[in-house]
Design a protein around this ligand. Structure first.
Ligand code: GLY
Ligand code: MN
Ligand code: MN
Length: 465
């Protein structure tokens, strides 16, 4: 928290826990520091990709001034903030990701030839300023050194200027504008090589996190809030090897697995139950994985758990089988839902036939057991490309370079009287991250075991080792 801009004893505010800085401190604090030396970095690998993306945005808005804000720190409570995370469009268009500075602004200034682009940010303060020692939010004494204008310009290969030089204009187009949001969202529908490499990295770290979870399952089963043990183990991996989680981990054991976004994670992990874990590591580039595995806590699926699990797996495989360039995004979902509807109808659970349930206008009875979609685009946001037009997304055609999830599930709530008792309280989701290539679909998360037999063998292997 800032203690103010003053530099005299009289003007330094006194709070209920802070004392003014005495004259001796003020007279000496700015001196005695070694000269700063800074060697200029080479441009980071994503800089060239970010420049190509900016060129596309520029083409879409001739003559317009565009303002892309990184966003600001968000207050958690009193003088504590949430960790800063730059807006995805800002990170995508600058390549400045986990290390981006709050309040930065990327400005496209229109010229005859297109746009001149400048990145404005709060450069580190000189050591003669009060900010240096007295500003707990941005001061170097408190949060560590911030980068220089020249350093960031070299690192990101973009012109930079001090934040104080930025002036908003009346006709600026900023994020929140429908056209700009759509353009920067649709720009991310097809990933470039850099993005695909980062998605692979995020999936690899997430795979390690799932190994950690399996290793910790016996410990989780002994803890009253075993779901938190699982969440914590994954968090450690996410922070050690990446920037963190791309979204709040869902650690849902037993009947909690039927609550789609169970992030309270305060339940027990009981041997004999399944635990559904939906977790993804966000790499330092901010690209995130989004993976779900449903694991038998004691290492073995019961017959009924296996029956549900293998149905979900069949649905996922059916969706994967149709995913290729030229197919509509919605066809992937339809393939999965056909399996779900057919199987639950066979189990005698539906009040109508599978064909009737699959009727787009009058059916949908099977969706009681899988209310969510099968797929979403994935990238720098877990639900990427959120402002893309429907005709480019759900009704759009798949192209090489797209990355999306396939994540069918079946969820039988503990108090659902429409299903036999043996199914109640069972929730299963299997979620993989898919890259489309010209040759078809590649499952980026295929190395994380998926079949019931492979999951059992995985648990046995990790817990033995
Ligand atoms: N983890 C959120 C989702 O799967 O969409
Ligand atoms: Mn997902
Ligand atoms: Mn997920």
């Amino acid at each position: 928290m800032s203690t103010g801009e003053s530099d005299t004893i009289a003007e330094t505010p006194v709070t209920n826990r802070k004392q003014p800085f005495p004259r001796g401190f003020l007279d000496t604090i700015s001196t005695g520091w070694a000269e700063r030396t800074e060697s200029m970095p080479a441009a980071r690998p994503q800089a060239a990709y970010a420049a190509a993306r900016r060129a596309k945005v520029s083409e879409s808005f001739p003559g317009k001034r565009l303002v892309i804000e990184a966003g600001s720190l968000k207050q958690r409570s009193n003088d504590t903030d949430y960790p800063f995370r730059a807006h995805s469009a800002f990170a995508h268009l600058t390549g400045w990701a986990a290390d981006a500075e709050p309040d930065s602004v990327l400005v496209f200034e229109p010229t005859d030839a297109g746009h001149d682009v400048t990145l404005y940010f709060r450069e580190r303060a000189d050591r003669t300023t009060t900010e240096f020692y007295a500003d707990a939010t941005v001061g170097e004494f408190w949060i560590g050194p911030r980068p220089s204008l020249a350093g960031v310009a070299a690192d990101l290969a973009v012109a930079t200027d001090h934040l104080a030089a930025f002036e908003a204009g009346e006709d600026d187009i900023a994020l929140g504008d429908a056209d700009l949001d759509r353009v920067v969202s649709e720009l991310r529908l097809v990933k470039d090589e850099y993005e695909i490499a980062e998605m692979r990295l995020a999936v690899d770290i997430t795979a390690r996190g799932f190994d950690d979870i399996i290793h910790a399952l016996p410990e989780a089963a002994k803890h009253a809030r075993g779901e938190r043990v699982v969440e914590g183990v994954f968090h450690r991996r996410a922070r050690e090897d990446g920037n963190g989680e791309g979204y709040d981990t869902i650690s849902a054991s037993g009947p909690h697995a039927c609550y789609l976004h169970w992030t309270r994670n305060d339940g027990a992990v009981v041997p004999g139950d399944l635990i559904l874990v939906d977790a993804g590591v966000e790499a330092d580039s901010l690209y995130t994985a989004d993976i779900t595995r449903t694991l038998p806590v004691n290492g073995r699926f019961s017959d009924v758990q296996r029956k549900v699990y293998e149905t979900v797996l069949d649905a996922a495989d059916a969706a994967f089988a149709v995913a290729r360039p030229g197919v509509k995004f919605r066809e992937v979902h339809e393939a999965a839902m056909k399996v779900i509807a057919t199987r639950v109808a066979e189990w005698g659970v539906l009040p109508v036939s599978a064909e009737e349930a699959l009727d787009a206008d009058t059916g949908g009875q099977h969706r009681r057991y899988m209310v969510h979609g099968t797929s979403h685009h994935l990238g720098i946001d877990v639900h990427d490309c959120a402002q893309a037009r429907r005709e480019m997304y759900y009704d759009g055609v798949l192209e090489a370079g797209m990355v999306f999830t396939i994540e069918p599930g079946l969820y039988f709530q503990i108090d659902d009287l429409t299903v036999p008792e043996e199914l109640r309280g069972i929730g299963v989701r299997i979620e993989d991250d898919i890259l489309l290539t010209e040759d078809g679909a590649v499952n980026l998360s295929a190395d994380i075991p998926r079949t019931a037999d492979d999951v059992e063998a995985w648990i046995a292997r990790v817990q033995k080792g």
